[in-house]
Design a protein around this ligand. Structure first.
Ligand SMILES: Nc1nc2c(ncn2[C@@H]2O[C@H](COP(=O)(O)OP(=O)(O)O)[C@@H](O)[C@H]2O)c(=O)[nH]1
Ligand SMILES: [Mg+2]
Length: 264
């Protein structure tokens, strides 16, 4: 089974573009699939539209009456997905803003089937790229990715900030068993959770791969919810937590993981 995770915050304009594309991708494949959406306190018609799509698609809706941010939403989505999947199922998370084309889903799935645990849709692989991104945002994003690669190197990975990824379900299940409440710990810090997941899965020895991906920012109709200052603060916070000499993640989790493995 393939589980599609969608964090949605005020996406009434994007959903009518995105949802039919998801349906089409799976109409051509014989995989079973299920969508889990979290409506995170939207003040527009997001929830109404989702209720409508529920009539023709297998969609489970998690409702936050109050906006809690991407971190809390990811916690809910991944926890739910881990609960309903078998270890070899695949969990795919994409943005709801119609910039992540579902046509990339089959290549992400294929790469997981080749043996990778986490596969990232990457703008920086040959053949990938981005359309419609302002030069200012492209620069910031490039700089952030260089920062992440320098401080949190993961072999084979160039794309750290794109949330369009596929995960082998067993990896998410192990991460929740191992980290528990600390799996996605940086909740109130914007989009930092996207980086945190990578770093925490790397500690568990996950195999990472990338596939070329074209970000379609030119199709974005909703406003960006990225708050640069908060996310930057989050990255700095992660640096501190990871490299903190007295029990930082790098030391503490690695040690705990060794003990955890010996116990299994
Ligand atoms: N649940 C939830 N989702 C959010 C929030 N902010 C953004 N999102 C979703 O996260 C994804 C990324 O946000 P987006 O505006 O696309 O950021 P950008 O593409 O980096 O400009 C989209 O699917 C949003 O709907 C939030 O506060 N809560
Ligand atoms: Mg987006």
């Amino acid at each position: 089974m393939i589980v599609i995770l969608l964090p949605a915050y005020n996406e009434e304009e994007s959903l009518p573009h995105l949802m039919p594309k998801i349906q089409n991708v799976f109409a051509e494949k014989d995989n079973d699939y299920k969508v889990i959406v979290c409506d995170d306190g939207s003040t527009d018609r997001t929830l109404e539209l989702l209720n409508e799509y529920q009539k023709t698609m297998d969609i489970e809706i998690i409702v936050h009456k109050i906006n809690r941010g991407l971190g809390e939403t990811s916690r809910d989505l991944f926890e739910k997905a881990a609960n309903i999947t078998k270890p070899n199922d695949i969990i795919i998370r994409l943005d709801c803003d119609d910039t992540h084309e579902p046509e990339f889903i089959p290549v992400l799935i294929k790469k997981i089937e080749e043996g990778f645990d986490v596969v990232i849709a990457s703008r920086f692989e040959p053949g990938g790229g981005q359309k419609g991104v302002s030069s200012y945002r492209a620069f910031i994003s490039r700089a952030a990715n260089i920062f992440m690669k320098f401080f949190f190197p993961i072999p084979g990975l160039k794309e750290y900030s794109c949330g369009f990824r596929a995960y082998r379900a067993s990896v998410i299940q192990s991460a929740i068993t191992f980290y528990g409440n600390e799996f996605i710990q940086l909740k109130g810090l914007g989009f930092t959770c996207t980086l945190e997941k990578l770093v925490k899965l790397k500690i568990l020895g996950a195999r990472f791969g990338e596939v070329p991906f074209m970000l379609r920012y030119d199709q974005k109709v909703s406003d960006s919810k990225m708050v640069g200052s908060i996310t930057t603060l989050g990255y700095l916070m992660m640096l501190l937590l990871h490299y903190w000499p007295w029990g930082g993640w790098r030391q503490a989790y690695k040690k705990r993981y060794k003990q955890f493995n010996q116990g299994h």
